[in-house]
Design a protein around this ligand. Structure first.
Ligand code: GAR
Length: 200
């Protein structure tokens, strides 16, 4: 099975969904390490399963470049084919991009290029859009700006607040991530039907 590394900063429900998918021996990927920029709650999902974890806090490095090189090194030590940023709230730098560019994906709670950044759900609500959603995309040097691999829509309901809407998006995001990871590591795979922009 393909070796996948996960990066997270929060509760890690997306990581938990990916780990649950790997319980099926037919799933084509396994999670070999989960890393974070902090002592995040989400690391517990991996520890419970005996999967290695690491933390790479920015404050423990002299500058952002040193932090980025340390993160690249920590990931490389586990030899992942694919790196998944699943609620990782830091921008990676050139060392990580040099090592993993083209096989580093991020999941985002909006229909990119709409609402990039750390407050995508709040921004979509504030803009009053009737539909938002989830995007899995390749990471490049920009903020949530790399090529889109898969997207799925989520309707905004009257009376939605940020927490309710984000939870509905995350339900969709978990499925989209699990399907997209499988498609990416399967040689003949394509993005799951109905999720490519061209299908919409
Ligand atoms: C997810 O919605 C993810 O897309 C988002 O954080 C949440 C993490 O949820 N990431 C970003 O907003 C990055 N810009 P989780 O901790 O429950 O997996």
């Amino acid at each position: 099975r393909a070796r996948v590394a996960v990066l997270l900063s929060g509760t890690g429900s997306l990581c938990a969904a990916l780990l649950a998918a790997t319980d099926d021996p037919g799933y084509p990927a396994e999670v070999v390490v989960v890393g974070s920029d902090r002592e995040a709650d989400g690391l517990a999902h991996a520890r419970r399963r005996g999967i290695p974890t690491f933390t790479c806090p920015l404050a423990e490095h002299p500058d952002r470049g040193a932090w980025d090189r340390a993160l690249a090194g920590a990931l490389a030590g586990h030899d992942p084919e694919l790196v998944v940023s699943a609620g990782f709230m830091k921008l990676v730098g050139p060392a990580v991009l040099d090592a993993f560019g083209g096989r580093l994906i991020n999941t985002h709670p909006a229909l990119l290029p709409a609402f990039p950044g750390a407050h995508a759900v709040r921004d979509a609500l504030a803009a009053g859009v009737p539909v938002t959603g989830a995007t899995v995309h390749l990471v490049d040097a920009g903020l949530d700006s790399g090529p889109v691999l898969a997207q799925r829509e989520v309707a905004v309901h009257p009376g939605d607040d940020e927490a309710r809407l984000h939870e509905r998006i995350k339900q969709v995001e978990r499925e989209l991530l699990v399907e997209t990871v499988a498609a990416l590591v399967t040689p003949t795979g394509t993005a799951p039907r109905g999720t490519r922009k061209s299908d919409r």
